[in-house]
Design a protein around this ligand. Structure first.
Ligand SMILES: Nc1ncnc2c1ncn2[C@@H]1O[C@H](COP(=O)(O)OP(=O)(O)OP(=O)(O)O)[C@@H](O)[C@H]1O
Length: 295
């Protein structure tokens, strides 16, 4: 069947869907008074994020990248390089000072989500962009059951039927390897690894196209972290997610991501295929970082 709308669409009006699921352009975040006048004198070439002019902290500046559906982009950098700030500005946990971010599924990728109201941004978190935090307490209500935590995300998306919510929560928890016998237990009683699995189930409940993972396995025992990483990797593949993964741990980035951006003093200094950047880093800072990680 041919749709009338297709027949009457003017020639040349069909735009190819953008290759990206998430696009970030010129993102900046300055802590402290004043605006962009704080930027000169900061960044890698000045070896500081603190403005010599205003004293403000230029935590991130001129950060741009795209993430395609099914792709995972890593961000690495030393503590304080601005990784979390970038994620927090995209998630809405932090207000950006400059730049734009677009989600392909929001208004066809035409709306700068950074300019939306806090309420509109909270809505995006229900089914457009999820965050998995290092600290499960940031993404979960520890005083609520595992099933209840997942159900909360489903009801926020409009699910109303108790039986179906419970069924879906059970499916998600099973997929993230949380034993169903624990579904009605308070998350507070769970181990760190199990809490992270519940956080993943909740983050993926409404199948958001984009997921932001902020040090998802930091703080877990090595063997537990390996299991959670395995799970994350298979979920990213299975759901065809666009993922942004930040970690100071190269093995996490190597395992989860196809491409990587290296941040230093609030700026991206190098971007490339993860294998290539780790094998043959070009920027002197990346070279130092890789050498330190390799021991
Ligand atoms: N609320 C704030 N007020 C002032 N400065 C801040 C604030 N939050 C972050 N910063 C500064 O911004 C810079 C970037 O911090 P950010 O947490 O993004 O780095 P990071 O690379 O994620 O580090 P880590 O790996 O330690 O989390 C740091 O210099 C930090 O001290």
């Amino acid at each position: 069947m041919t749709l009338v709308a297709e027949e009457t669409r003017p020639v040349g009006s069909e735009e190819a869907a953008p290759a990206w699921a998430l696009k970030v352009e010129g993102l900046g975040r300055i802590f402290g008074s004043g605006g962009a006048e704080a930027v000169p004198g900061t960044g890698p070439e000045h070896d500081t994020v603190i403005s010599p002019l205003t004293g403000a902290v230029v935590a991130a500046w001129d950060v741009s990248f795209e993430v395609a559906p099914g792709e995972a982009l890593g961000i690495v950098g030393e503590s304080g390089s601005g990784k979390s700030t970038v994620v927090r500005c995209i998630s809405g946990d932090e207000q950006a000072s400059a730049g734009a971010a677009y989600l392909r599924t929001v208004d066809g990728g035409l709306t700068n989500i950074l300019s939306l109201s806090p309420a509109a941004r909270r809505k995006l978190r229900v089914d457009q962009v999820s965050v998995v935090y290092q600290d499960p307490a940031a993404g979960l209500d520890l005083g609520v059951t595992a099933g209840g935590n997942v159900a909360e995300r489903l009801t926020a998306a409009g699910w109303r039927h108790f039986g179906r919510i419970r069924e879906r929560a059970g499916e998600l928890l099973t997929r993230t390897e949380v034993p169903l016998v624990r579904m009605d237990h308070l998350v507070r009683t769970f181990s760190g690894g199990m809490r992270q699995r519940v956080q993943l189930a909740k983050a993926l409940a409404n199948r958001p196209p984009v997921v932001l993972l902020d040090e998802p396995t930091t703080g877990l025992d090595a063997s537990v972290a390996a299991g959670v990483l395995d799970l994350v990797r298979s979920l990213l593949e299975e759901y065809g997610l666009a993922a942004l993964v930040i970690s100071h741990d190269f093995s996490v980035i190597e395992m989860l991501t196809n491409r990587v951006a290296v941040m230093q003093h609030g700026r991206i200094v190098e971007t490339g295929l993860t294998d290539q950047v780790f094998e043959d880093p070009q920027h002197p800072y990346s070279q130092r970082l890789v050498a330190a990680a390799r021991g």
